[in-house]
Design a binder for this molecule. Structure first.
Ligand SMILES: Cc1cc2nc3c(=O)[nH]c(=O)nc-3n(C[C@H](O)[C@H](O)[C@H](O)COP(=O)(O)OP(=O)(O)OC[C@H]3O[C@@H](n4cnc5c(N)ncnc54)[C@H](O)[C@@H]3O)c2cc1C
Length: 526
């Protein structure tokens, strides 16, 4: 049966999981229309998967105006607990705690605009579905599935099957393959994953046990170590729903012995009802290319990493933001299509670091750890305190970031996952700051580029930069740095994704052609 042509759109987003919904939110923020194709009509709460929404993802949600909605929907408020506890069972002995894990803090922190949030992935998806449905340019089609893709130099044609089985086609300027590890887009563009899988199986179970509590006090995760059933367990809500991950357990064994495994983690039998189980294997995979012409792989269609450390979905959101603002710039005509070539070089390095960190966390799972406080603190610190990775990643070296010659002492220094040191080096995330009125510096940034610095002083270079941007129709806002900001005397040109594109003592030196992909390195064009 021939597919009917059913219109066209700027961006066709294949897949409405975290990556696809984040891409739609970013495109919607920039006023670019898109159609999101997602087979799942409803989000199932039975497979909670990601629970860690990182500080960085929360900052993106804040930019989209959805952070408060996510906090309101999250069943575990941040104030309830910011701790990970290690014990020999929920009714047994405490071995050690990690406080302020996963960027959770009930107070304000100078380093970021939003604390992390523990919230099951289905809740995040529901909040994002609701958010993007309200954006005028976003058309979210639930129950629809992408079946094929064709493209030429001018655009792409995507074939879609709707819930009733009818097949239709949509033309698009760009396609984002956000359809996960098992989607179709990666294969359609001939990209291949490279990497490996962990041989050990993992068994996830969600259960309802309203009478279950622990004398250990609130924690977002309890790691049970040195016991017959090593694993981790935590609350999904405050009404008696719990999740558990038991490494090393085959699906069939887990399904047959779920009650025994739960008893082992709790340390005593507890009345419970198993709601769902979800066996999985950790994989470390990265696609050999993230792009073919007008089609980009975003999120798990491009890479898969073990969940240890809670980076998976957050890295997918980072990909989506990176490609979506660039496509918006091209669609609005203030950047050439060449800008899009920076997506893969910018994200590949971040993804490689993330996969390496998650794999390293996987070396000491619950069954590998002794009942020893110092050994656990040493082995697990990077898993729960990873702001060096979450906020410290950089796009330095990208073709659209100011080239800076690094001093030899700083070259090839491995990222310290546990330690985030704010820096204004080009490529870094703009160091955060609170303003005297209590608002965040991030709330002062425009949706296009922003010049942050002493903008109230009448530098001739500011007017000159503003004029150059205006001639090229590049949206440019100005924001005064907070009085206590360590870089307040410098000018930082900040991209829509809050990364520093250029740092200079004089805005007249800023090359806006380079940072928008118009030119390579050369003299600044006036
Ligand atoms: C046990 C476990 C725990 C985890 N814990 C964490 C954590 O704490 N923190 C974290 O950040 N990450 C975690 N993750 C990883 C996280 O779940 C994934 O990284 C995330 O779901 C990937 O998002 P995505 O949108 O790229 O892909 P997916 O979530 O796989 O979404 C892809 C979407 O595409 C749709 N789709 C598929 N085929 C098609 C098609 N043909 N056409 C259109 N649409 C299609 C699917 O229905 C789906 O909605 C965990 C994963 C597991 C397994």
């Amino acid at each position: 049966m021939a597919a009917t042509r059913a219109g066209s759109t700027a961006v066709l987003v294949a897949g409405g999981g975290p990556a696809g919904l984040a891409a739609a939110a970013e495109l919607g923020l920039h006023g670019v229309e898109c159609v999101v194709i997602e087979p799942r009509a409803v989000v199932s709460r039975r497979r909670p998967r990601a629970k860690t929404t990182s500080v960085r993802t929360m900052e993106h949600l804040r930019r989209w105006g959805a952070a408060d909605a996510l906090r309101a929907a999250a069943p575990l408020p941040v104030a309830w607990s910011q701790r990970v506890t290690f014990c020999d069972s929920l009714s047994g002995r405490r071995i050690t705690d990690f406080e302020g894990a996963f960027g959770l803090t009930a107070g304000r922190d100078d380093r970021f605009a939003e604390a992390g949030q523990q919230v099951p992935q289905p809740v995040v998806e529901e909040v994002l579905r609701e958010h993007v449905s309200r954006l005028p340019g976003v058309d979210l089609r639930l129950g629809h599935t992408v079946t094929a893709l064709a493209q030429n130099g001018d655009g792409a044609t995507v074939t879609i099957r709707d819930a009733a089985g009818s097949v239709y086609e949509i033309g698009a300027h760009y396609v984002l393959g956000c359809d996960g590890a098992a989607g179709v887009i990666r294969e359609q563009i001939g990209a291949r994953y490279a990497g490996r899988s962990d041989p050990r199986p993992n068994f996830n179970v969600v259960f309802h046990a309203p009478s279950l509590d622990t004398h250990l006090g609130p924690a977002v995760q309890y790691w049970v170590v040195g016991a017959a059933t090593p694993g981790l367990v935590g609350r999904l809500d405050l009404s008696g729903t719990w999740w558990a991950i038991i490494p090393g357990i085959e699906a069939a064994y887990g399904a047959a012995h779920a009650a025994e495994l739960i008893t082992g983690l709790v340390g005593a039998p507890v009345d419970h009802q198993v709601l769902a189980s979800d066996p999985w294997t950790a994989r470390m995979l990265i696609a050999d290319t993230f792009r073919d012409q007008r089609v980009f792989l975003v999120g798990e269609s491009a890479h898969v990493n073990p969940p240890w450390g809670g980076h998976g979905f957050n890295t997918c959101v980072g990909d989506a933001v990176n490609i979506a603002w660039k496509i918006a710039a091209v669609e609005h005509g203030w950047a050439p299509a060449g800008l899009l070539a920076s997506y893969e070089p910018e994200r590949r390095g971040v993804i490689e670091q993330t996969v390496a960190s998650a794999e390293s966390n996987m070396r000491s799972l619950a069954g590998d750890l002794p009942r020893d406080e110092r050994a656990i603190q040493r082995a697990k610190r990077a898993e729960f305190h990873s702001l060096g990775l979450v906020l410290g990643y950089s796009y330095a070296g990208s073709p659209v970031i100011q080239p800076v010659i690094q001093p030899a002492s700083r070259r090839a220094v491995a990222v310290d996952v546990t330690c985030y040191t704010p820096t204004a080096e080009p490529g870094a995330r703009l160091p955060h700051g609170w303003l005297p009125d209590g608002s965040s510096l991030y709330d002062r940034l425009g949706t296009g580029f922003t010049l942050v610095g002493p903008v109230r002083d009448r530098y001739a270079g500011i007017a000159e930069l503003v004029q150059r941007a205006r001639r090229r129709q590049i949206p440019l806002s100005l924001a005064e740095a907070p009085p206590s900001y360590p870089w307040r005397t410098e000018f930082l040109l900040v991209r829509p994704d809050q990364h520093i594109a250029w740092r200079s003592g004089d805005p007249a030196d800023i090359d806006i052609d380079l940072v928008t992909g118009r030119t390579g390195v050369g003299p600044v064009a006036r």
